[in-house]
Design a protein around this ligand. Structure first.
Ligand code: SF4
Length: 444
């Protein structure tokens, strides 16, 4: 793991990642000119760009120059409101092209005028220009993260947000709330066949091995199970085709349980029967779910190939959570989150249930005790760094400082080691730091 000097302080790659994710960078125009066509680098923010530090750490790339220009250039009422916070959004990090006679041009990360690292970008891809056979564009529906993840941001509308209870930090929640306020029909859920096709394409053409499925929160566990079971079945079929187990890619899956209202198909106990997804070598299949009242639905997700399930608390302090994540507290409730997480960890093993925390939204002490309480029960606490540039939370866009991130890193590393909780096996996500903390804990 790399070490860096920043303002007279020695920091490591995990800490640098947290600072870069929370503050963003200014990207020199020459970087786009030099690498825009030869690497994965897009000015469109939904493409979720990242850089790789020289030790391989994956870091979200948010170009603050572009972001601030966008805020001041688009004169909508909501952007004018956000401009109030612009002074909290400064960054001292920049990405530039260094021309060197002997080694060609190099992508260089700076803090103010101090050199930090030579970094790189993932290989070029046409992922964001592809469409499914149904005509659904990949862009806006799925993203590549790091080198091995394909992730779906919001596969179906959030009913909590539509009812006026959106989480303060959530971009997708804004969209659904706005639709409801204007009396518009909510967008339809993405079709199972489209999801299967996008995953197969990412496995086959982009070398992905890990998948994240996320949808909005729902009031009805059966409705969510209908979506998720359909997606899992479709992914299993498409992934098997990629692995050469079945010859039918690309194909829109025709599987039981994908027609709305159809009975959910039963599967044999998973413990004895390898799922089709395991056969097709998807290393991680993460589901972010709302809380079903029927625990048997969780069993069904594992039966269809889920490797881990998240019911995320996001904020440990319950009083703060009432303000930041009002729907999760009012409808799914703290107690039900804990019950479902505990049920999953007990039934499927330590680390199979996890809860995300958004790092930077609450005092370290409440985060520490919340994460500890979960880890003691075999539930993996994961850590996604708050990116304040999107939405103010609790009236602020000011991220915490280095000391906060360092304490989080040390504490989570201790929990992972003491309770043997290994985060998803991958080369890392853009914004989440749990795998990076695990690597730190292993002394790598
Ligand atoms: S419940 Fe989930 S989708 Fe809905 S607003 Fe909160 S974070 Fe966004």
């Amino acid at each position: 793991m790399n070490k860096y000097r920043l303002d007279g302080c020695e920091i490591d790659s995990v800490e640098l990642k947290a600072l870069l994710v929370s503050r963003g960078l200014k990207v020199d125009r020459k970087v786009y000119q030099r690498y825009g066509k030869s690497a994965r680098l897009d000015v469109n923010p939904v493409a979720c760009d990242c850089i790789l530090l020289s030790d391989g750490t994956v870091v979200q790339l948010t170009d603050m120059g572009f972001h601030l220009k966008y805020l001041s250039g688009v004169l909508s009422w909501s952007n004018l409101k956000l401009l109030r916070y612009a002074s909290q959004l400064g960054t001292d990090f920049s990405l530039r092209v260094e021309d060197s006679n002997d080694a060609g041009s190099r992508l260089t990360l700076y803090w103010r005028e101090d050199f930090l690292d030579y970094v790189s970008l993932p290989p070029q891809t046409d992922f964001y220009h592809r469409k499914t056979a149904n005509g659904l564009p990949f862009v806006g529906n799925a993203v590549l993260q790091g080198l091995d993840w394909v992730a779906f941001q919001c596969l179906w509308p959030c009913e909590f947000a539509a009812s006026g209870h959106k989480c303060e930090y959530c971009f997708s929640g804004d969209v659904f709330e706005e639709f409801a306020r204007k009396g518009k029909l909510q967008p339809a859920a993405v079709e199972a066949g489209d999801v299967g096709e996008i995953v197969a394409s990412a496995l086959w053409l982009d070398g992905c091995t890990c998948v994240q499925l996320t949808g909005g929160s729902t009031f009805d566990g059966m409705k969510e199970a209908f979506y998720l079971n359909g997606y899992l079945e479709a992914i299993a079929q498409a992934a098997a085709a990629v692995a050469g187990i079945a010859p039918s890619f690309p194909a829109v899956p025709d599987v039981p349980g994908t027609q709305e209202g159809a009975a959910l198909p039963e599967r044999a106990s998973e413990k004895d029967t390898p799922s089709p997804i395991a056969e097709a070598k998807i290393a991680e299949m993460l589901l972010y779910i709302t809380l079903p009242k029927e625990a048997s639905l969780i069993d069904g997700y594992f039966a269809r190939g889920a490797s881990r399930i998240a019911c995320s608390l996001e904020v440990a302090d319950e009083q703060l959570a009432k303000r930041v994540t009002p729907g999760k507290i009012a409808f799914s409730t703290r107690q039900r989150h804990l019950d479902v997480l505990e049920y999953t960890a007990q039934r499927f093993g330590p680390g199979t249930a996890f809860s995300n925390f958004i790092i930077g939204l609450e005092p370290f002490e409440s985060l520490r005790s919340g994460a500890s309480a979960l880890a003691e029960r075999g539930i993996l606490p994961t850590a996604s760094v708050w990116m304040p540039m999107g939405r103010p939370v609790l009236g602020s866009m000011a991220p915490p400082g280095l000391d906060y991130y360092r304490r989080v890193k040390e504490h989570f590393a201790e929990l992972y080691t003491r309770y043997r909780l290994e985060p998803p096996v991958s080369r890392g996500l853009n914004v989440c730091i749990e795998r990076d903390i695990w690597n730190y804990a292993q002394g790598r």
